[in-house]
Design a protein around this ligand. Structure first.
Ligand code: AGP
Length: 611
């Protein structure tokens, strides 16, 4: 998630912009920049890497001017570099953007045909060119921005300045957050509250489609229809730390709740519904190459390994390619049978996990083609893999992976459809059906977030338990593993995930009234559902207490389990994205009630860059 700060007032803007960007550092970024207008001249300073690099450049020659915009970039299109850093400019127009322009390639082609030349690999630069074109056609800055965004498919929080109109910032939003800060003789815009709290606590949260015009003495907001609107001014009482979490108590809680947007952003621009296909930027594999694949080997650790287990079910079902899922730390030491006929898929949120990187190097040394599914553009994995499919979850601050997991599953589903179409195991119509299911998932995630009060009640009932068992079958077996990992890593309660069919092969000896058993029991597919009901009865017969994650309206399981949490049903291969959310919440609330350090659990690191 990129960071945006804008200032217009009676003070030098550059120091205010840099200071505001520093308050947004927690969001994660790979480059930063500021654009300032002084004496009707636009000055831009940008720098890849940490803000201190930008600070030293700004400090050496501070761009002068009392109006400016700044940005911290989290790369989605185009690697981290000075040229790809925002603000992007074109002939006196400067823009900063947070979001994804789905149709940027088409727009770039059209603009190039009209003589435009681009200086970056980003989608965002398109805004500067479109706005300049409208200015050339006689529009003022406000109208030029309005006409430019009308050509955009995608999401944006956008702030614009123009050297020939040096008294106004024009900003507008669609799906990406944007707030306005009101001051005396000065006004601010930002992507998030923390950037503004040192200057003002009078904050306006812009709404979808709003466009605001800020000058030193005025902040005017127009709705999508162009009518002036009076949005409520909120007096923010948050501390700066609370503000970084958007009012959530912990980053993990914020990131659980960000999942609808994170999954939507991972899907965005990649579903070609009319063609029944998937678009991945930088995809290189031909149908012949995919048809020639003998196997796919997934390499990962921890939560990412659980995602790989679900991904196996997706790829084997839709693309009919054999998939092996291996712990990266094991793969690299077992003289693996890997060769040039294989595709290796390395899954890593951070892209820096040493075990995973070492396993990828081992596989590549044996001739395999390496693909990364990763959340951090520019990380080691994205540099070493032959091609990468990025999850667009935005920075994940909490050590316990949540939105990384669900976006990895969405990426796997897109990959499974893509491989299926290239291998001919999916017709266009079948792919259209699968992709329609996938595009419906963000709405189901919105819906499942509403189970939180029920989950809190379960957490309060079982927070003192010493052991937990999680059971699932089929694509829900990895979800059981993930639920157990979430609970153990942040609450420090011993928890194990098991395939339901394995109960009779040992774990059933553990069952007694002190052992809560979480059972994930979707009604589809039918066979595993009936078997998992048997598991519930086995547990109950031995005095165990059952918490069942069930499809909404499943009255039958309600007669069997002690506690039920109802989630919206989804097709079997996508149901894991939905069923995981109550398990994330259970782990979160048990840990919070036990008073552990939810975001930074003991002994753990966000990225394990050692063996
Ligand atoms: C999951 O909640 C943990 N943070 C951990 O298991 C993590 O998934 C694992 O270390 C892999 O990290 P990566 O996805 O960044 O490679």
């Amino acid at each position: 998630m990129c960071g945006i700060v804008g200032y217009v007032g009676d003070k030098e803007s550059a120091p205010i912009l840099v200071s505001g960007l520093k308050k947004l550092e927690y969001r994660g970024y790979d480059s930063a920049g500021v654009a300032v207008v002084g004496n009707q001249v636009l000055n831009v300073v940008r720098s890849v890497g940490k803000l201190r690099n930008l600070e030293s450049r700004v400090g050496a020659e501070p761009p002068r001017g009392t109006i400016g915009i700044g940005h911290t970039r989290w790369a989605t299109h185009g690697r981290p570099s000075d040229e790809n850093a925002h603000p992007h400019t074109y002939k006196g127009v400067a823009v900063v953007h947070n979001g994804i322009i789905e149709n940027h390639l088409v727009l770039k082609e059209q603009l190039r045909a009209r003589g435009h030349e681009f200086s970056s690999e980003t989608d965002s630069e398109v805004f500067a060119h479109l706005i300049h074109e409208e200015l050339e056609r006689g529009a003022d800055l406000v109208e030029a921005v309005r006409r430019a965004v009308a050509q955009i498919k995608g999401t944006y929080a956008l702030a614009v300045i123009w050297e020939r109109d040096p008294t106004r910032i024009v900003c507008t939003k669609e799906s990406s957050p944007m707030v306005i800060g009101l001051g005396e003789g000065q006004n601010f815009v930002a992507s998030d509250v923390p950037a503004l709290l040192e200057h003002t606590r009078d904050i306006i949260f812009m709404e979808e489609g709003d466009l605001a015009v800020l000058s030193s003495g005025k902040a005017e907001i127009f709705n999508r229809a162009g009518e002036v609107v009076n949005r409520p001014i909120r007096k923010i009482s948050w501390t700066p730390m609370m503000a970084e979490k958007g009012g959530h108590k912990h980053f993990m809680h914020k990131e659980i709740w960000e999942q609808p947007r994170a999954v939507a952003d991972t899907i965005r621009g990649r579903v070609l519904l009319s063609e029944g296909d998937v678009y991945f930027e930088g995809w290189t594999l031909t149908a012949d190459q995919v048809r020639a694949l003998s196997k796919v080997t997934v390499l990962a650790c921890g939560t990412s390994w659980h995602a790989g287990l679900v991904g196996r079910a997706m790829i084997e079902k839709l693309a009919r390619i054999p998939v092996e899922v291996d712990l990266a730390s094991e793969f690299r030491y077992r003289d693996p049978l890997v060769d040039a006929t294989q595709l290796v898929v390395a899954v890593s949120q951070s892209g820096e996990t040493l075990d995973t990187l070492a396993a990828v190097r081992e596989a590549k040394a044996r001739g395999a083609l390496a693909m990364g599914i990763c959340n951090v553009m520019g990380s080691a994995l994205t540099r070493e893999a032959d091609l990468s499919v990025m999850t667009n979850a935005g920075p994940e601050i909490g050590v316990a992976s949540t939105k990384a997991f669900t976006t990895q599953l969405a990426a796997f589903y897109l990959l499974a459809v893509k491989l299926g179409r290239l291998r001919g195991t999916l017709t266009m119509q079948q792919a259209q059906e699968h992709l329609t299911h996938l595009t419906g998932i963000p709405k189901l995630l919105e819906a499942v977030l509403r189970v939180e009060p029920q989950v809190k009640r379960v957490a309060r009932e079982f927070m003192k338990s010493q052991d937990f068992l999680f059971l699932g079958r089929g694509a829900m077996f990895p979800v059981a593993l993930e639920g157990a990992l979430k609970l153990k890593e942040i609450s420090y309660i011993h928890a194990e995930g098991y395939a339901g069919g394995e109960m009779k092969h040992g774990p059933i000896a553990l069952i007694d009234e002190r052992m809560p058993v979480v059972v994930i029991a979707p009604r589809e597919p039918k066979e595993p559902y009936e078997k998992i009901l048997g598991n519930i009865e086995e547990v109950r017969a031995r005095g165990g207490r059952v918490i069942a994650i069930i499809d909404e309206g499943d009255q039958h399981v309600k007669t069997l389990a002690d506690w039920t949490i109802e989630v919206p049903p989804a097709c079997a291969l996508l149901a894991p994205l939905v069923a995981t959310v109550p398990l994330q919440m259970l782990a979160y609330h048990v840990a919070d009630m036990r008073g552990t350090d939810v975001d930074q659990p003991r002994n753990l690191a966000k990225s394990v860059t050692v063996e």
